[in-house]
Design a protein around this ligand. Sequence first.
Ligand SMILES: C[S@@+](CC[C@H](N)C(=O)[O-])C[C@H]1O[C@@H](n2cnc3c(N)ncnc32)[C@H](O)[C@@H]1O
Length: 234
Amino acid sequence: MTTTVPEYDTWSGLWWQRRGPFSTLRWIARARAEHIPPAARADAVLLDVACGGGLLHPFIAGKGYRHVGVDVSTKSAEVALRHGVDEVVIADINDIPLDDACADVVVAGHCLEHVERPLDVVAECCRLLRPGGTLIIDTIADTLLARLAVITLGENIPVTWAAPKGTHDHRLFIAPRTLADACAAHGVPVDVFGLVPSTRDLIAWSLRRGDDVRMRRARSTGILYGVSGVKPVP
Ligand SMILES: C[S@@+](CC[C@H](N)C(=O)[O-])C[C@H]1O[C@@H](n2cnc3c(N)ncnc32)[C@H](O)[C@@H]1O
């Protein structure tokens, strides 16, 4: 196993804190869900690679999927199950013990930056996706700006919602083109999009006048970005 953050078990009580250190993950999960179409068939499976505490669940509930997570943190998996995720497979995301083409949607939210072989995880995501299914991956760009925003500022700003110190290792951040090329090489052509917080929401949130922050799609992929695409049907 190659995670740089074995602490996720000890942080498992933080997943659903409204203004806690995983708040930004909740904002990103909401944006991620916007790419997920309603299930096109009965028994459709949404595979949530590195599901953590299941923050995606409320945003996809009602779309008709069986929500299956994969994560190495057993305590986070317990939290995910308590918050509506149907099943969690405890496994390393570099080597997921599930059949080829088992999922109608594969999402991998903010996990590539925690593994030393992120492109192997991309290969796994593409393998597990069925033809016609949707792939969504989001992560952090390998730029100086991202390092400043996510580590220097994001882990040190004196607010309750700063990420725990040491969460990120900038050497694991990935260029958008590298990620998109890896998806294409494994049979899923994708579009790249930037993700930025709504300035208005962020100010309101910082002043404790807002309950959440919407992330909007942006051309700039300098800090947070995602890729999404559909696996072609042969
Ligand atoms: C930043 S959290 C993202 C969680 C979730 N996808 C979200 O966006 O809310 C990273 C997650 O990756 C998991 N993780 C890190 N390395 C892993 C590995 N090698 N195999 C399985 N899970 C891993 C951690 O346990 C944690 O739950």
